[in-house]
Structure formats: C-alpha cells, structure tokens
Design a protein around this ligand. Structure first.
Ligand code: PHE
Length: 455
C-alpha cells in the first residue's frame, strides 16, 4: 500500500508539472472548438462576461475544492470520497460524487474522441494540400461530406482513442507527464502564430468587438445555463478529473496558486481562440452562430488563403489534437484509477477495456451526424447533443454543487485550511464564504431559473 503522502499510481514530478497537467486537462476542445461557437450562438460579448463571472466566482473555488479533496484522499475520486466520508462520519451518499464523475468522464470521452478525430482528419487533409485557395462554399461542402461518411468518422475516432489509451496505459509519469511536457508549450506557441494571422486578416476589430463588447439583448436565460456549463466543462470540473489529478500533487505545492494559474491560462486560451476565429468569420462575411462546424470550416478556409497555409494548417490541427489528448487522458483517470485500486488490476488492461466501451458508445455520436441524424433521444436532441447536454449542463454542474457543499459543510474545516495553506487573513475568511455560499448558490440559482423558465 502507498503511504498517505503518496498515491499508488505515481506522483507529479513537481508542483509546476501539476499546473501543466491541470492546464492540459482544462485546455482542450472546450476552449478552441466549443467556446468560440457557443459564444457565437449566444451573441458574443455579454455571454463572455457571464462566463467569466462563472469561472471566477464558481469555477475557481470548486477547482480548489476538487484538488484538495484529491490530495487529502490520495486515491481515485470514488475511494477518496469514501475515505473523507468515513473520516467525517458523513452520509455514504456523498460517494455518489465519485461515481457520477467516473460515468460523466466516460460519457464525455465518447463524443470528445469523435470531435478530436475531426481535427486529426483535417490535419491530414490540409497536409495533402486540400482547400488551398478554396472558396468558403467548398470548405463548407468538404465538412458536410466528411460528416456524411460514418466510416471516415469511425476511422479518426479510433485513431484518437487508440492514442489516448496508449498514453494512459503507460502510467502517470511515463504516459501522462511526458505527453503534457511536450504538447502544452507547443500549443501555446501555435496560438500566438494564429492570433498574429487573425490580426492581419482585416476583420480583427469586428471579431474583437463581437467577442468583447456586451450585447445584452442577444443573451438569453438559456445562455446563462450554457455559460455555467461551459465554465465547468472548460475547467474540467464536477466529474473528478481534477480530484484524480489532485491525488498526485506533491504535499508542498500551493493549491491556491495552482488553481488561479490554471483558470487564467484556460481563459486566455479560450479568448485567444475566439480572437483567432471571429476575425476570420467577419472578414469573410460568415455566420458567427453557425454551431459546431465553426472551427472546421473557418480555420481550414483561412489557412487555404494564406502563404504556407498547408503547413500551418497541419500544425494547427495537430496541436488541437494534442490539446484534446491532454484533456482526454484526464477524462479516463477517475474511472481508471478506481478500477486499478479496486481490483488490483493492470493499468494497461483497464485502459484498453475502457477504451473499447468508449469507442462503442462513441458510435452513437458518429451516427448522429449521418445515418441517425433524424433520431432524437429527447426534445429533438440527437445522441451527440443529448450526451453533450446531459454532461455539460446537468452532470458537471450538479457534481460541482455537491463538491462545494461537501467541502463547505461536511469535510472538517481544519483539513481544508491545511490543504490550502491558509491560517488566517483575508483568504481564510473569504474561503468558507466562496465554497459554502457563493459557488453553490451560484450553481443552484442558474438551475432553478432554468427549470422555472422551461415550465
Ligand atoms: N476541459 C476540457 C476541455 O475544455 C474537457 C474536460 C472536461 C476534460 C471534463 C476533463 C474533464 O476541452
């Protein structure tokens, strides 16, 4: 058995590596693909402001809560919650946080791998010189033809999931940490290059204005729920990924500094991705609210117009894939670590089995875009839209709400203070207010409001 100061799965080599790992989990398709398109659908600036409020007031406290639960438990989220519940003599029902998280990670990965596969496909396609000098209609048509072919989608989904399983199977240090060390710095570099291109595209001001100046009329109540859901999704909250990663954090790392750095990095990448994409949208008279296809039509089109576009295009989509992989590995960790602990199982076998189940479930998403495009699970939602809605707007916020309540009211206050390294001063006084009141009330209000609206 590992001692309480170490996890049996391994430990991050340093506090800095944990920041990179957590940022790797946070920065992913949520920032580069989802954020721009949902900001586009919800009218831009006002949505961004609401989203920033959710990150600051709700996201950061819950992120700190998850990491401290993980580090104090030194086990998978399910087993960490078991330990905390026993130590605090709380209800065993709190362990449901761990179970729902492991399930949510699995559900998210099922579609995440499909979308990440699209990025892989585009990397290859642009490398072949496709779309060089093509019109926007051709870029649109290319995307639609691709979605219509389930075999293509399955091929790329399989490649992405295979890569994820391969990394995850190699373990925390050899697999996760190595991938993170390489992929994260490269990703930041590329975003800067893309921003520079957007800046010169002629539409930068229109794009920046759309994203940064609030137009409250375009913001709906639904947008509020989407903003809250996005804050959870983009920070990888509410499903135990950060709790699982927290279990591998060295005892001397500062949780407070880490979570603020991670939230900042994540936000900067999301805004940068928006600032790279919307200028291109406006410079070419495209529609900002076009939905999930936004990144896969505008970016390839833009690269088709620029010198050496094929090269940059390949690099961009390869890096989107890297960003997605560093998130995907964290989606598997709660379930994986639990199965390894519970059955003393071999990590690679568990990784492969989880990968196979995820692949099967992912077929539901694949078919949502072609042969099942008329199949609606509930309320007109396709399989993909249903899983996306259920996880992002229901499971993650609910998980986060329970985590906040648990840390705020069940976990011994002294334990939280020790983990956060706060003994007195303003942070020590603010912390109980944030985790016990502002964060849970924020999530709860958004929920009740949405339910009230839909009655
Ligand atoms: N945060 C990741 C992204 O933005 C997605 C994710 C969600 C990863 C939940 C882990 C857990 O793409």
């Amino acid at each position: 058995m590992a001692s309480a100061s170490e996890s049996r799965h391994g430990m991050w080599s340093s506090g800095w590596l944990f920041i990179l790992a957590a940022a790797g989990s946070a920065v992913g398709l949520g920032n580069i693909w989802k954020f721009p398109y949902i900001a586009g659908e919800n009218g831009g600036g006002a949505f961004v402001l609401v989203y920033l409020g959710c990150v600051a007031l709700v996201g950061i406290p819950i992120l700190a809560g998850e990491v401290l639960l993980g580090r104090a438990g030194r086990a998978s989220p399910i087993n960490a919650m078991r330990k905390h519940v026993i130590a605090a003599s709380g209800s065993p029902l709190w362990v449901l946080i761990g179970w729902s998280g492991a399930l949510a990670g699995f559900l998210i990965l099922s579609y995440y791998a499909v979308i990440a596969g699209w990025a892989l496909y585009y990397g290859v396609k642009l490398g072949e010189g496709a779309l060089v000098g093509a019109s926007i209609e051709v870029a649109n048509q290319t995307f639609n033809d691709f979605l219509a072919d389930p075999w293509q989608l399955i091929l790329w989904q399989t490649v992405f999931l295979g890569g994820t399983v391969w990394i995850v199977a190699r373990g925390v240090i050899k697999g996760l940490e190595t991938a993170i060390r390489w992929f994260m710095p490269l990703l930041f570099l590329l975003l800067v290059v893309l921003l520079a291109y957007a800046f010169n595209s002629g539409g930068f001001m229109a794009g920046a204005e759309f994203l940064l100046s609030p137009n409250w009329e375009a913001m709906s109540v639904d947008g509020l729920l989407v903003a809250m859901g996005q804050a959870f999704f983009t920070l990888s909250l509410g499903m135990g990924a950060m709790m699982a990663y927290g279990a591998y954090v060295p005892a001397n790392a500062s949780i407070g500094n880490t979570v603020i750095t991670v939230a900042l990095l994540d936000t900067v990448v999301a805004i940068a991705a928006g600032l790279a994409i919307f200028p291109i949208v406006f410079a070419n008279g495209l529609e900002p609210g076009q939905g999930p296809g936004l990144m896969f039509v505008t970016i390839p089109f833009a690269f088709g117009q620029m010198p050496f576009g094929a090269v940059f295009g390949v690099v961009f989509f390869v890096l989107v894939t890297f960003a997605a992989i560093t998130s995907a590995i964290s989606l598997t960790e709660p379930a994986l670590a639990y199965l390894v602990e519970q059955y003393n199982a071999d990590r690679s076998r568990v990784a492969i089995s989880l990968g196979v189940f995820c692949w099967l479930l992912g077929l539901g998403t694949v078919f949502s875009f072609n042969i099942w495009s008329d199949v609606h699970v509930v309320a007109g939602l396709s399989v993909f839209e249903f899983i996306d809605y259920l996880t992002q707007n229901v499971m993650l916020p609910l998980g986060g709400l329970l985590i906040a309540l648990f840390v705020g009211y069940v976990l011994p206050k002294q334990l939280a203070r020790e983990q956060l390294g706060i003994d007195g001063g303003i942070v020590a006084r603010l912390w109980p207010l944030l985790i016990g009141f502002v964060a849970p009330v924020g999530v709860a209000v958004v929920f009740v409001y949405t339910i009230y609206q839909s009655l």
